[in-house]
Design a protein around this ligand. Structure first.
Ligand code: 3UK
Length: 506
């Protein structure tokens, strides 16, 4: 059972812990152009906190929309908002003005801290005049936030917040369309730092964290900022990474822990041999299902057993995972110590091993939607229903099957798209694929695959027949894709998630 004092400011607690552990001179954040030790990061954070409470005139509990790519200044801004007793509302860098407007209105923001490089889109957002007056730009060649910081004291006393004051409003990335705001407390931030990274990763002060998820996505906020801070380790924050440049960066920065999505690992595997990435100890995959084929190709390329973990914005971070000899092929893992999980049937009753049902999770973090969102759809008797169809085995391992809404029902059979995707990915011509159910008069639905071929392979009827035969040889023949469409890329969110709804409406 995790216990935190009733008065808690998570950013103050993170710095106090790191500094007490001797991290003062250790690099906290390494960016493309600069790095800060823990002492230097704290000074930046403190100066920004002064700007927020002084010149910007914010009060405790005010909400600050944050916008920027992954870099040291964006990280410092997020930390400063929390340390100043305000609430961070981080937003994905690629969002457009209309989407930002919806988030700003839903979260009732009071101020904006935005990277100068994203200024044009931010200025196009329809905001109340009072908020426009409280907008500061950072990373500009002149003036902006940095000019104000220079005139502030170098040290700021953290605002004395309660452990269950809201400190973060995080928006879901909207695989279905409308983003939902979720609220998290100061103690939730500590809890995620004390669960997955402790028990599954075994993070240490010497670790160097690297990866792709935006800090505005809680996967990235935890993995690339909060987790390293909790143990006084180093976070490498880089913008615009590709599979190739991520491998280069792992080599260059001697990274030990990598956080990214399954597609990235899939694309990195064939290139990994070109780089010296022997420093890497842990590779964490989250955001969507990790196909066994991807796990195997990464293992072959690097010798590393990938750590799969399912997390959700509603629960802040990863709650089922496994590492080392606890990894079981095909399973996500077991509940992270601190969390409980079970499988429920349609009526909300628990089902035993071997039955597919709805995943339900309980733990130190949980879903609190902003205002009128669908809280009652997500939380049932204290259990969080993530919307995932899962199955448990007799040893308590949890196996992902599909999103609850994505289960394909064809001629009376239940078919999970990700299983068909895993089979297709084993074919040497297939780079990427997404499998959905397409309405069909005769069968209700048919299995339809959307395939991206590797360079050097052509879409043709012969290819379709070959892929269909291949799948029939891998899994029960009734699961084979009766229709195959070829694309040059799959529609994905900024967080790397396949947008199945877009495949369905194509
Ligand atoms: C799916 C997975 C299978 C699943 C997230 C790590 O993805 C994150 O949060 P989101 O709110 O989406 C949550 C949903 O994504 N999912 C995530 N991980 C896996 N499905 N295997 C996985 N390993 O449907 C879940 O309900 O965007 C991930 C940490 C923090 C996060 N917010």
């Amino acid at each position: 059972e995790l216990q935190y004092p009733p008065r808690l400011n998570c950013v103050a607690a993170l710095f106090d812990g790191a500094l007490a552990g001797g991290a003062a001179g250790q690099v906290a954040i390494r960016g493309e152009h600069l790095s800060w030790t823990y002492t230097q990061l704290q000074e930046q954070v403190d100066r920004i906190a002064h700007v927020l409470r002084g010149p910007l005139g914010l009060e405790a509990g005010n909400r600050v929309l944050l916008r920027g790519a992954n870099n040291p200044m964006m990280a410092a801004c997020i930390l400063a908002v929390l340390k100043a007793g305000c609430i961070a509302v981080p937003t994905m860098p690629l969002l457009r003005a209309r989407e930002l407007g919806t988030i700003a209105a839903k979260a009732e923001i009071n101020a904006v801290l935005c990277a100068d490089g994203l200024r044009a889109e931010m200025e196009a957002v329809d905001l109340p005049a009072a908020v426009k007056e409280k907008t500061l730009w950072f990373g500009a060649a002149d003036g902006g936030l940095e000019a104000l910081m220079a005139r502030q004291p170098a040290s700021f006393d953290a605002v004395d917040t309660a452990a269950d004051d809201v400190c973060l409003i995080s928006f879901t990335s909207g695989t279905t369309g409308v983003p939902k705001g979720t609220m998290h407390f100061h103690r939730d931030v500590m809890a995620i730092c004390d669960c997955f990274p402790r028990s599954v990763l075994g993070s240490q002060p010497g670790d160097i964290f690297i990866g792709t998820p935006p800090l505005a996505f809680t996967f990235g906020l935890g993995g690339l900022l909060l987790f390293p801070m909790r143990v006084g380790a180093t976070a490498v924050l880089l913008e615009k990474l590709t599979p190739e440049t991520l491998l280069q960066a792992i080599e260059k920065y001697r990274a030990t822990v990598c956080f990214t999505a399954p597609t990235f690992y899939r694309q990195m595997a064939p290139l990994a041999g070109k780089y010296d990435i022997a420093s890497l100890r842990k590779s964490v995959s989250a955001g969507e299902a990790l196909p066994l084929a991807t796990r195997e190709s990464w293992r072959q390329a690097t010798g590393l057993a990938m750590i799969d973990g399912i997390g959700a914005t509603e629960l802040l971070h990863i709650f089922i995972s496994a590492s080392g000899d606890q990894i079981r092929p095909g399973a996500t893992g077991k509940p992270v110590p601190g969390y409980q999980a079970c499988i429920l049937d349609h009526d909300g009753n628990p089902v035993g091993p071997g039955v597919i049902g709805r995943l339900a999770v309980k733990g130190p973090t949980g879903c609190r939607y902003l205002a009128d969102e669908r809280q009652r759809d997500y939380v049932l008797n204290g259990w969080n229903l993530t919307g995932d169809a899962y199955e448990m085995d007799a040893d308590g391992y949890f196996y992902y099957r599909s999103r609850t809404d994505d289960m394909i029902i064809s001629a009376g059979y239940n078919i999970a798209g990700p299983e068909v995707e895993d089979a297709l990915l084993r074919h040497p011509a297939v780079a990427e694929c997404g499998v959905i159910g397409r309405a069909d008069e005769e069968r209700g639905q048919i299995v339809e695959a959307h395939v991206v071929l590797k360079p050097g392979h052509e879409a043709s009827d012969a290819m379709t027949a070959q892929l269909q035969e291949f799948v029939k040889g891998q899994i029960a023949p009734y699961k084979y894709p009766r229709a195959i469409r070829y694309l040059t890329a799959l529609p994905r969110t900024e967080t790397g998630k396949l947008q199945r709804f877009k495949l369905r409406t194509e």
